[in-house]
Design a protein around this ligand. Structure first.
Ligand SMILES: [Zn+2]
Length: 64
């Protein structure tokens, strides 16, 4: 039996994800993350990290 803990991608990664260049959503999230961290709102900052990490889900389906 394995007792290995399942790792959930929704949890805050050890290394904050980088916003994808050229993506307005990522740029906006990165800006909000910086503002949240500046005021000590790490819950909000974590949310931004999650969404930046899920770039594949928030990017427009047709990009060109
Ligand atoms: Zn993005």
């Amino acid at each position: 039996m394995s007792t290995t803990a399942t790792s959930y991608r929704l949890q805050v990664p050890a290394v904050p994800p980088k916003p994808t260049p050229g993506c307005p959503s990522c740029a906006d999230l990165a800006r909000r993350r910086a503002q949240a961290a500046a005021v000590g709102d790490y819950s909000q900052a974590s949310d931004c990290n999650i969404w930046i990490g899920r770039h594949d889900y928030h990017q427009p389906p047709i990009s060109r």
